[in-house]
Design a protein around this ligand. Structure first.
Ligand SMILES: *Cc1c(COP(=O)(O)O)cnc(C)c1O
Length: 402
């Protein structure tokens, strides 16, 4: 962690003198309602995060005073000093969650404590001020309850929640931001893939060095946009991020797919299947959906009927492994998982052979085409959506907002 010049505390843990400053306090929230409410677009027109709801939550951190009283107020532009560190050095962190309506019409969140804990860790990673995760969760529940009419009732649709924390120190010195702005905005989302889980295609591309991949920091994403655009130009919807850990395809380690964690299903000789996802090695984002899939796959009683015997593993996976499994007819499924998509199957994975056809005509891309599969992705998607929408109880994962 970056030192901040406090000799007695080189790690910076006590830099924000938490005891002397006001903590984030949900009981101090003020609520100002919008005078006119926006019309809610039809579900078909929602897309992903294009429409924001009527209200937002905002709180600021000042180095001498601590956290301000939080405000829930009409959605609108922020006014920021152009020198704010968020625009220069990117001390920006965010979270992605969703609110769902249960059969009784109550808004629910899915394992929100995990998002809150991860956001605290992300803030710490870029030396932003700490906050009480329980207080932020209370504020999110208040905001979601106020915006309940925005939660789509169509199955597979939900209200996306984007908590954001940015550094607002108004100075150009290259150092940690001791001012911050915390806000939460909401956006109704249509089904990510309009007719339920449908196969997407991936192009394997070497990831920009992601020494901070395990944290949800804004700075992790922009360096991937160029590769994402290039992949789209070649007919692939997402990028399969690879880390070079050795020579050849065997040295190309799979990390994630787009902003999703990645899983494959591989046939075993005993009639069961191995379900493999790369381990949390510091490059891979510790997804809530990833952890939830692993928990379901490892549940002592099968979480869904009709599946082969499941053996879940967190272990390294190279492009050579994928090719080898595919050539042996063992690669049964590949899928991405994350809050936005929940679970989405992969239909095709393109990869470049090292040195193959390089030069004038561009490089040669080979494709692994995935078969129909044995229903693991589909079963995970169904189980997770049922749990998220409060139609199935699982270990208290789904919590009511009020
Ligand atoms: C957010 C995110 C995920 C998915 O995490 P969830 O908690 O499951 O939503 C996976 N990879 C990256 C890079 C992400 O930003």
């Amino acid at each position: 962690m970056a030192a901040n010049g406090n000799a007695a505390d080189p790690e910076g843990t006590n830099f924000f003198n938490a005891g002397a400053l006001a903590g984030l306090d949900a009981s101090k929230v003020t609520i100002t309602k919008a005078k006119t409410l926006k019309p809610i677009p039809a579900v078909e027109d929602l897309g992903m995060g294009n429409t924001m709801t009527d209200h937002m939550m905002v709180a600021t951190f000042h180095p001498a005073r601590g956290w301000s009283a939080p405000e829930i107020k009409p959605y609108g532009p922020l006014e920021l000093d152009p020198a704010s560190s968020c625009f220069q050095y990117c001390p920006n962190v965010f979270e992605g969650m969703k609110a769902y309506l249960d059969p009784e019409g109550h808004p629910r969140l899915f394992r929100p404590d995990l998002n809150m804990a991860r956001m605290r860790q992300s803030a710490e990673r870029v030396a932003l001020p700490p906050f009480d995760p329980a207080e932020l969760l209370t504020l999110i529940k208040r905001l979601v309850t106020l915006e309940q009419r925005w939660i789509p009732t169509t199955p597979g649709c939900a209200l996306y929640i984007r908590p954001t924390l940015i550094g607002t120190r108004p100075a150009l010195g290259v150092s940690a931001s001791d001012h911050a702005l915390l806000y939460v905005i909401l956006s109704p989302m249509g089904p990510y893939f309009p007719t339920g889980p449908r196969a997407i295609s991936l192009l394997g591309v070497r990831a920009p060095a992601r020494g901070t991949g395990a944290w949800k920091l804004g700075l992790n994403y922009a360096p991937g946009f160029q590769a994402q655009r290039a992949a789209a130009g070649r007919g692939y919807q997402q990028v399969l991020w690879l880390e070079k850990a050795g020579a050849g395809l065997g040295g190309m380690k799979v990390t994630e797919a787009g902003a999703m964690n990645f899983f494959v299903v591989v046939r075993r000789d005993d009639g069961g299947v191995d379900v493999v996802t790369p381990p949390l090695d510091g490059t891979v984002l510790p997804g809530v959906t990833r952890a939830s899939c692993l928990a379901l796959l490892r549940a002592p009683a099968p979480f869904a009927p009709g599946l082969p015997k499941l053996h879940a593993h967190e272990r390294a996976l190279s492009v050579a492994d994928l090719v080898r499994y595919a050539e042996a007819g063992r690669l049964l499924e590949a899928f991405g998982v994350g809050t936005a998509v929940v679970v989405v199957p992969v239909g095709r994975i393109g990869y470049e052979e090292e040195g193959a056809g390089e030069g004038e005509g561009g490089r040669k891309v080979s494709d692994i085409v995935l078969p129909e599969g044995v229903g693991v992705a589909r079963a995970l998607w169904e189980a997770l959506v049922e749990i998220q929408e409060g139609r199935r109880e699982w270990e208290g994962w789904s919590v009511r907002c009020a």
